[in-house]
Design a protein around this ligand. Structure first.
Ligand code: ATP
Length: 226
């Protein structure tokens, strides 16, 4: 059997604070299979973002390992992690984090060009992706001229730009009104399923969580089912 796109083994992460050491992750184990969309539920402040950042190779674990397609990746150096992240992992944040001085299309082109794709090919792919999210008429708009839902759709298109096998999302619709959140979530779920991605989507919303394939909860620094 091939390796899961993403696996966490005994992942630990702690922060030094004035009050002492804060053990946020105490041995997180999880395997995320291709085609599986998993909900990550965690009360605020328990380490959900920390977990996603470590899983997405943005931060290194203090213990344990993150395996990407079977390769120990979490504890590699910054350049190697960046390389693997760029080619394998798409990340959607709660706030879109788009670059305000670039257009929607350019925001989707940039990660591709950073990965070595030529400008015209990147532009073509950005157009296709943004079209998928109903933004064909918004390619040349800067983020400030887009609605919240449109901004988040651009952010999702950007996360998919390099055809990742893993999609990580940190409350991707948490900043939208309920009706827009529903539409954007449905599109995100649809794309993740259509592409057969291994997806981990953090949400505080139990109804959204129940529509994913399974739910994991972060409790006392470990993941438990349900
Ligand atoms: N760089 C850091 N240094 C010190 N403490 C940190 C650091 N990053 C996070 N923490 C602390 O670790 C804990 C978990 O933070 P994290 O951002 O992962 O929580 P979260 O579950 O994502 O919260 P929320 O849902 O409110 O965004 C919090 O108590 C936070 O204050």
């Amino acid at each position: 059997m091939s390796s899961p796109p993403l696996e966490l083994r005994g992942v630990a992460r702690r922060y030094s604070t004035e009050a002492g050491t804060l053990e946020v992750l105490r041995g997180v184990d999880m395997a995320l299979q291709a085609g599986e969309v998993v909900a990550l539920v965690a009360p605020s402040g328990t380490g959900k973002s920390t977990l996603l950042h470590v899983a997405g190779l943005l931060e290194r674990p203090d213990g344990g390992e993150v395996l990407v397609e079977g390769r120990a990746a979490g504890t590699l150096g910054d350049d190697a992690r960046t390389e693997i992240r760029r080619s394998t992992i798409g990340f959607v944040y709660q706030f879109h984090h788009l670059l305000p001085e670039f257009t929607a299309a350019e925001n989707v082109m940039l990660p591709q060009m950073a990965a070595g794709v030529g400008r015209s090919k990147a532009a073509e792919r950005a157009k296709d992706l943004l079209g998928t999210f109903g933004l064909a008429a918004r390619l040349d708009h800067r983020p400030g001229k887009l609605s919240g839902g449109e901004q988040q759709r651009v952010a999702i298109a950007r996360a998919l730009a390099n055809a990742p096998r893993v999609l990580l999302a940190d409350e991707p619709t948490g900043n939208l009104d309920a009706a827009t959140a529903e539409l954007v979530f449905a599109e995100l779920l649809n794309e993740a399923r259509h592409r057969g991605l291994a997806a981990l989507i953090a949400t505080h919303n139990n109804e959204l969580a129940s529509r994913m394939d399974r739910v994991v909860t972060l409790r006392n620094g470990v993941l438990v089912p349900g």
